[in-house]
Design a protein around this ligand. Structure first.
Ligand code: HEC
Length: 167
């Protein structure tokens, strides 16, 4: 009897440790790399952010993400990846010469790339999405990723994605 109790406790501890290990993996971005072809993906929409960011941005989707955004079929299927690419909002001297005033703004240097990767099982604790940021092609520190999901939570009804397809 004692032996059975001991074994049960031992198994419970091991199982608890395993679950913690798995969920730790899910919350970590250590294994995520930038998909080599993301720049070839299709355009879902564009945006301009003012304030400190002061950027121009494009929201791209791999085939699965693009189709779901275009056809408004939610939730996004597993395997969907949305990439948000952004550049400094920069006046174009060349273009402005022909306009005779400051009118044209173009992408300057790249700021960062953010990804949302869908896997409803692996990333269940963050709405089925893995949020990852890359600076100069390198993954940002773990710390940077702590606020991603909570800020996207208000758009839960749209599967945590703010951007709407721009026809
Ligand atoms: C302060 C709130 C906030 C935080 C923090 C935040 N986001 Fe977002 N995110 C937004 C908003 C709002 C948009 C859409 C507006 C825009 O692009 O101008 C957006 C857009 C995106 C998009 C394009 C798809 C969509 O939802 O529109 C991706 C991808 C993305 N964010 C990833 C991330 C990642 C990765 C992190 C963490 C490193 C992050 N976000 C942190 C608010 C936030």
């Amino acid at each position: 009897m004692k032996r059975t109790i001991f074994m049960t406790i031992a198994i419970a501890i091991a199982a608890f440790g395993f679950v913690r290990y798995i969920s730790g993996q899910a919350n970590s971005v250590a294994d995520v790399t930038l998909p080599p072809d993301y720049r070839e993906w299709k355009l879902i929409s564009v945006a301009h952010e003012g304030g400190n960011l002061h950027d121009l941005r494009a929201i791209l989707g791999n085939d699965a993400a693009y189709r779901a955004a275009r056809d408004k079929t939610l939730p996004f299927p597993n395997g969907s990846i949305i990439a948000r690419v952004a550049w400094k909002y920069t006046p174009s001297e060349e273009n402005n010469k022909v306009f005779g005033r400051e009118q044209s703004f173009v992408p300057g240097s790249s700021t960062n790339v953010q990804l949302m990767i869908k896997d409803s099982n692996k990333y269940a604790s963050t709405g089925g999405w893995r949020f990852v940021q890359f600076n100069d092609g390198k993954r940002a520190e773990e710390e940077v990723h702590k606020t991603c999901f909570s800020c996207h939570e208000p758009v839960k009804a749209r599967d945590f994605v703010f951007t709407r397809y721009a026809p």
